[in-house]
Design a protein around this ligand. Structure first.
Ligand code: ZN
Length: 245
């Protein structure tokens, strides 16, 4: 028979374990890119023949123009999730991205972790960015990618209220930490091929800018993109995420 003390300890332990599980589940729902617990997000459909190259944290005056040249030389279209404050500083570059046939999306104004932000701040970050982008390009912004993939129900609701579909990803590596192009390309190729075996398209994240360091070197990310295009161009179709929704 349990003593009252033992029962209390045991109840305390399971409450603690339950809380830890709940916290783990919450972190999973908030941060794991393919989690749908906080509402549907666009990742990638069951179309193994398709790849979407997506570039985050631009526009960057050094790297984005070079990336546009690379994509144009292979006739590949990509999706750019732009940081609003950076876009406002580079309106001509934003127009150039769109004029080249690429898709742009909202990546918040200042690249905050929105899972930790107030409802009011979330609204400001998203609406200010969409307004700025819409003013620059004269067309509505339909896609949103949360910075760091961080979200909670309010973040997704705010995006939908503004007419945007939240977009996550299923193929990413730490390209922003500046490893070699070969390392980035081989890690992504591994993920893309695994998704292909699973019958899925790949929604690939690379970075042409940086939310924290305007002088960040994105040469490896661009060279990795070139390698992926060379590797897959004859067997897969490169699409923007608007092909999926
Ligand atoms: Zn980002």
């Amino acid at each position: 028979m349990f003593s009252p003390l033992a029962t209390e300890i045991s109840a305390g332990l399971s409450a603690t374990a339950g809380l830890a599980l709940a916290a783990g589940g919450c972190a999973y729902a908030a941060m794991w890119p393919t989690s749908q617990l906080f509402g549907p997000t666009l990742i990638a459909p069951p179309r193994p023949g398709e790849l979407a190259l997506t570039f985050d944290d631009g526009p960057n005056p050094v790297w984005t123009p070079r990336l546009l040249d690379l994509l144009a030389s292979h006739d590949v279209h990509a999706t750019f999730f732009l940081v609003g404050s950076r876009a406002q500083a580079q309106p001509a570059l934003v127009r150039q991205i769109v004029a080249a046939g690429h898709l742009i999306g909202n990546h918040s104004w200042s690249h905050l972790n929105l899972a930790l932000s107030s409802g009011r701040r979330i609204d400001e970050e998203l609406s200010r960015t969409s307004q700025a982008l819409e003013q620059i390009v004269g067309a509505p912004i339909r896609y949103f990618r949360p910075p760091f993939g961080a979200r909670r129900p309010e973040v997704l609701r705010a995006a939908r209220r503004l007419g945007m579909l939240p977009v996550l990803w299923n193929a990413m590596t730490s390209d922003w930490k500046n490893p070699s192009a070969d390392a980035i390309a081989s890690q992504l190729t591994h993920k893309i091929d695994r998704l292909h075996r699973q019958g899925r398209a790949a929604n690939i994240v690379l970075h042409d800018g940086s939310h924290s360091d305007t002088a960040a070197n994105r040469a490896p990310s661009l060279a990795a993109a070139a390698q992926l295009i060379a590797h897959y161009q004859s067997t897969r179709r490169f699409v923007t995420v608007s092909a999926w929704k």
